[in-house]
Write a protein that binds this ligand. Sequence first.
Ligand SMILES: [Zn+2]
Length: 196
Amino acid sequence: MRHCDRIISFALIVIGIVILVGHTVFGLRVVHRNKIWIIGTYSFVVQTQSALDFLSECSPDTFAEIPRYIHLVVEFSKSGISPRYKVFSASKKTAFAPGRSQPVQLFWYAGAIVHDARHGWQYHNGLNIKSWDEKTVAEREIFEKDAISTTIPVLQQCTRYVPQFAQHEIADMLEQMIAKQNTCDYCNISWMDRNW
Ligand SMILES: [Zn+2]
């Protein structure tokens, strides 16, 4: 057996053990959907799949673009994208907008996926290459405004796919997003202090 074969075999065994232990002890699930891997608890994986399904229905063009910038969605304590590795970490707060009904949660989560995929687009076009903490507040504002203004039209396109009973809620949500798009209220918060 060649040296690199041994390393690959060892890596596969380690990955297998991690998945097995994660699955049995922590209830982790691994799913592949539209060229995107999803790793997290059962409810997280289902919610992520549902948000992607929602996006595929309401904005197929955007949905088709997502795998270019996100290869893995993983449940984590904080939300954000590692654009180089195309890994989108999503917190429970992002995936299950607290206090919102299920259709509104999916609407919000789909928006977060589009938003962070846009950061991927920025990075791969050489525009947003520094990490969050390396950027000045002014630099963060530029890229956040760009991501928010890219997400708004997609969500506007998606509103008619939200059930009638939740229409007023998403209208409020969009209105707030539009009103705040030029004032990034989270741009002065460091990565460690994020609570979303
Ligand atoms: Zn952002």
